[in-house]
Design a protein around this ligand. Structure first.
Ligand SMILES: *Cc1c(COP(=O)(O)O)cnc(C)c1O
Length: 385
């Protein structure tokens, strides 16, 4: 039997902000106001590599840099390959574009019946309600509009979007995303959710957010009290590395879970961040302990300047193979590729079928042992209807 190392949810606060009192620290407005957004502020805290320094100087017209103090504290100063740094601090490689890369890798702009509303699947829509996040992921699939520094702007047509949803009775599921909707005030967010909730054919609302991870202070009791009025409401969070699950994040997720909100995690497979079975296993175990069910593991989209963060597809298959059978079924996300150019999410799985013919299938299990499952035998002709 393997020994189980105790799983910890440490706090890294106050870290780089030793003089901040706890009232300020716990105030999400203070966290937002004190985000690290400049080279100068970064260099006050950590020594940058040449690649990072050039990245910060040259990437600013593509996707802004912003890191909340809470999240910044997760950076390991001594480790140039720190998984938090790779997600948050631009690198010079971002300015290089591979021929296969695109500014809109999931073909969202061509699937918008109304600006801000992506309608790809018949029964559900993606509603982009803001272009701002608490912090910016360098591999952002929506960097063409997110953070407000590029030429293209997200111009959500609110009234037209609501009317489209009201008229299209085939839409039963609305995914609120952006940007990050939890940056809105409780009142503003409630106006959006309550209007959706009032549409009779909308059965289900969900919010995609990284706020519980970047800014756990925003998950206030008031916010939870408001959200729980609109059940069934689900939340998808975005955690990539076990280090992101601190005690503050676990407590924030606990408040959401206590409000009856089922939660899933969507992580992105990233080179040098979480591209190993060992890290993924620790991540999914910690997620279950926070009452979050791993939902999707995304192959990194072909966003411009992401080659240094992308892995091969075989790496993702290896990760899933290393989880299936080896750990709790609830802990295993579905590995997907968002079809480049607009195919939607396509599942990728390790192949457990060794042989498939008329007699049946030969399967292998997680240990590599083979098993045969025969097809139902043919009925004698005399018994056929
Ligand atoms: C991801 C996504 C959805 C939701 O997909 P699920 O598989 O139901 O989680 C809906 N619309 C768009 C455009 C998406 O990208």
């Amino acid at each position: 039997m393997p020994n189980i190392e105790p799983t910890t949810f440490p706090s890294y606060a106050p870290g780089f902000w030793p003089d901040t009192d706890s009232d300020h620290w716990q105030d999400y407005r203070w966290q937002l106001k004190n985000r690290v957004t400049s080279l100068k502020a970064l260099e006050q805290h950590i020594d940058l590599s040449e690649e990072e320094r050039a990245g910060v100087l040259l990437s600013g017209n593509k996707l802004a840099m912003a890191i909340t103090p809470h999240f910044f504290n997760l950076i390991d100063k001594e480790d140039p390959n720190c998984p938090i740094r790779r997600q948050m601090i631009p690198r010079i490689e971002e300015t290089l574009t591979d021929p296969a890369e695109m500014s809109d890798p999931c073909g969202e702009d061509s699937h918008m019946p109304v600006p801000g509303l992506v309608h790809r699947y018949p029964d559900r829509v993606l509603f982009l309600v803001t272009d701002r996040c608490a912090a910016y992921c360098r591999y952002c699939t929506r960097s063409r509009v997110v953070s407000g520094v590029s030429d293209q702007k997200l111009e959500t047509q609110w009234e037209a979007a609501f009317e489209y949803l009201e008229k299209n009775e085939g839409i039963r599921d609305v995914l609120i995303s952006g940007g990050d909707a939890l940056l809105f005030s409780d009142n503003r967010l409630e106006r959006i959710i309550s209007r959706l909730h009032a549409i009779p054919h909308i059965q289900f609302i969900r919010i995609g957010t990284r706020i519980p991870v970047f800014l756990p202070q925003r998950i206030t009791d008031d916010l939870c009290k408001m959200l729980k009025k609109y059940h069934p409401l689900f939340i998808s969070i975005h955690v990539n590395h076990p280090r992101e699950l601190t005690s503050e994040v676990r407590d924030a997720l606990g408040r959401l879970a206590d409000a009856g909100i089922p939660m899933g995690n969507q992580s992105v497979l990233l080179q040098g961040v979480n591209d190993s079975v060992e890290i993924q296993k620790e991540l999914v175990h910690k997620l279950l302990m926070c009452r979050v069910r791993p939902y999707y593991l995304y192959q990194c989209d072909l966003i411009e300047g992401s080659a240094h963060l992308r892995t091969s597809i075989s790496k993702g298959i290896e990760v899933i193979e290393g989880l299936r059978g080896h750990t709790t079924g609830y802990a295993i996300p579905q590995y997907v590729i968002d079809g480049p150019g607009g195919g939607g999410k396509i599942p990728i799985n390790p192949d457990y079928v060794v042989k498939n013919d008329e007699a049946g299938v030969t399967l292998r299990n997680y240990e590599g042992k083979q098993f045969h499952y025969p097809n139902p035998s043919q009925l004698p002709a005399s018994l056929k209807g």
